[in-house]
Design a protein around this ligand. Structure first.
Ligand SMILES: Cc1ncc(COP(=O)(O)O)c(C=O)c1O
Length: 409
């Protein structure tokens, strides 16, 4: 065993010990890892007793297949599609990679791929890999709230365009894109170009009617939709051809070989069922808590700004704030001592300490992008949680500012 590994383990243990015992704990880092509905966790536990392999023809196998088909029906219903198929992966990253790489692999002729400047890294990186392999990648710029520039998009789509990928909801700043308008622009210029949306942050937060919107493929992540981790999904419209990017033993998932995580899929199916029966209740609750959090911070701290759009054009769970003269990473640690867990800047890039590409793309200067934290609420949070966060965040910000060399306020 490596010395480095043991040292790292010791360090993390001492961090956990040092951060023990706050008065209350409020977990708002749902970007990095989501919270699940209790009923979905119970469904996952229950399904651990379903031991069959869904591609095998005996009773335990059929029972496992039943779980998967139920999840497929539930997801299609919630996203407003009636044809095509759902491929269950193990997370949203795999679904996005399958959409981008698998579709490009199956393509003959067209070589141009368009993605927005603010896509999740699980879209951005595969698209960049394709560029290294001879595809042409174009990044569509966004405005200061993160909405894609439709005129620029219209100018770029042509007979060489293979696919356009724009997230329905941006994971960092909560921008809700107009998918229908995007699809219309694309179809007008090139009816054969395929439209993919990363809907990981949209499922369970905004109404989705993908068939009506003209979307051909969409990716989902279980833990972003209040289900347990271990499951993601890709919707593929009838007639869209994708090549597998993984190879191995045939499973019930035509394009994703290997053992399915049937218990996680059962948990996902339960979360989808809950969302279908109480969708409005969930999103209005999130919206109320989100506004309490955002307005509470804007009203009580100097030098704070909201990143992304306001009101109905913003996802109901998302609060992304920048605090001037306050380094986001330091604030995350200070808040952890107080039992409030948030992510600094982009969750996905926080380990590299680079400012988020999303915040830079909407025009935030480097130091403001660096001083941002991302918080997400869920239907499982209560007003008391947000009130506790609102007590702790201003104190944490003034403490970090008091020790920051840049303080001028
Ligand atoms: C918009 C978006 N796409 C993709 C992903 C990746 O999903 P997963 O964490 O399930 O791999 C995330 C995760 O945070 C996301 O927010």
């Amino acid at each position: 065993m490596g010395k480095d590994l043991l040292e790292q383990l010791e360090k993390v243990k001492s961090l956990v010990r040092a951060h023990g015992g706050p008065r209350r704990e409020v977990y708002l880092d749902l970007e990095n890892s989501g919270l699940a509905f209790e009923e979905a966790l119970a469904a996952l536990q229950e399904a651990y007793r379903i031991y069959g392999n869904p591609s095998i023809t005996h009773r335990p196998g059929w029972r496992a297949l039943e779980v998967i088909l139920e999840a497929e029906v539930g997801l299609m219903d919630l996203i407003g599609v009636s044809d095509g198929e759902i491929i269950f992966t193990h997370n949203g990253t795999e679904a996005n990679n399958l959409a981008i790489m698998g579709f490009a692999k199956a393509s003959r002729g067209r070589r141009k791929i368009l993605v927005s400047q603010i896509e999740h890294l699980s879209i951005k990186f595969p698209a960049e890999r394709l560029q290294e392999n001879g595809f042409k990648l174009v990044e569509i710029p966004v405005d200061e709230e993160g909405f894609v520039d439709l005129d620029y998009l219209a100018g770029q789509v042509d007979g060489n365009t293979l696919m356009v990928s724009v997230a329905a909801v941006n994971h960092e700043i909560g921008t809700i894109q107009d998918l229908k308008a995007i699809a219309e622009v694309v179809r007008d210029k090139s009816p054969e170009a395929v439209i993919h949306t990363d809907a990981c942050d949209a499922l369970g937060r905004i109404p989705l009617d993908l068939e009506k919107a003209g979307v051909d493929m969409a990716s989902f992540s279980g833990h972003k939709a209040f289900a347990p981790k271990g499951v993601g999904a890709l919707y593929i419209r009838e007639g869209i051809k994708i090549d597998p990017i993984l190879h191995g033993q045939l499973s019930s998932q035509r394009l994703w070989p290997g053992a399915e995580d049937v218990p996680a899929i059962a948990g996902f199916a339960k979360a989808l069922e809950i969302l279908r029966r109480s969708f409005d209740e969930c999103r209005y609750k999130m919206r109320r808590l989100r506004d309490l959090l955002i307005n509470g911070l804007l009203g009580n701290i100097d030098g704070v700004m909201l990143n992304g759009p306001k009101g109905d054009r913003r996802a109901p769970d998302n609060a992304n704030m920048s605090f001037l003269y306050c380094e986001g990473e330091a604030l995350t640690v200070e808040l952890s001592l107080r039992g409030v867990y948030v992510s600094s800047g982009s969750a996905c890039t926080s380990r590299t300490l680079e400012p988020s590409h999303v915040l830079l793309a909407i025009g935030r200067p480097y130091e403001i992008a660096h001083g941002s934290i991302l918080m997400k609420v869920s239907p499982m949070h209560e007003e008391e949680d947000i009130k506790y966060a609102l007590e702790q965040i201003p104190e944490a910000v003034s403490r970090i500012r008091s020790i920051s060399p840049k303080v001028m306020m």
